[in-house]
Design a protein around this ligand. Structure first.
Ligand code: FMN
Length: 185
């Protein structure tokens, strides 16, 4: 028999590392799990009041890198402290950045895959800032590509487990989409 539960909600949640510049060109990064793909080339992120949120509102461009197993501590840290309180928060992680060629935003060098995003809409609703952005570019290190596509087995992205407040590696391929169900056809 099913029982009610009160911890966790939707799974899987991604771990987006959002990287932005402030008005003086200083880079910052934050962690966001309340996010997802909402169209062919659109993503949506629910943001509270953060330095990164102000940067996105001012610049209207940012990047999203996928947090990976090898950099869990760094990715967690950028979600634990605000640059408003720890001005050198990015330096503390050892993360370095390179400016995107497509948008006015930094790309974190150590994280292998990133989306380059341009704000389409900013909606203030339900007490949050909902940023809807168009993905205008995608970049990835050769080391995580197979036949020109990002290979999750190589990337080893992590998801946010809101029940356990933990990060989990996204796991094995257990069936082809629009394929595994074919056995019932
Ligand atoms: C696992 C995790 C998930 C988070 N998800 C979100 C989120 O979806 N939206 C949000 O506004 N903040 C989220 N945060 C909090 C921000 O990352 C955090 O407040 C960060 O310090 C903001 O940095 P900044 O002020 O330097 O921009 C998350 C933090 C963690 C650790």
């Amino acid at each position: 028999m099913k029982q009610s539960f009160d911890k966790g909600f939707v799974t899987p949640l991604p771990v987006f590392i959002i990287a932005t510049y402030d008005k003086d060109g200083k880079p910052n990064a934050m962690n966001a799990a309340w996010a997802g793909q909402v169209g062919g080339d659109l993503i949506s992120i629910s943001l509270g009041s953060h330095v990164s949120t102000d940067n996105i509102k001012a610049n209207r461009e940012f990047t999203v890198s996928f947090a990976t197993k090898d950099f869990v501590a760094e990715c967690d840290y950028v979600g634990m402290v605000s640059q408003a309180k720890v001005p050198d928060k990015l330096d503390k992680t050892g993360f370095t950045v390179t400016k995107s060629e497509k948008v006015n935003a930094p790309i974190i060098d150590q994280l292998p895959a990133a989306l380059e995003c341009r704000v389409k809409d900013i909606i203030e609703e339900y007490g949050e800032t909902r940023v809807v952005a168009q993905v205008v570019g995608m970049v990835a290190d050769d080391s995580v590509l197979t036949d020109g596509k990002v290979d999750l087995g190589k990337l080893q992205p992590v998801m946010f487990d809101s029940s356990a407040r933990a990060y989990r590696v996204i796991g094995e391929n257990v069936g082809g989409a629009w394929n595994a169900g074919g056995k019932f056809a």
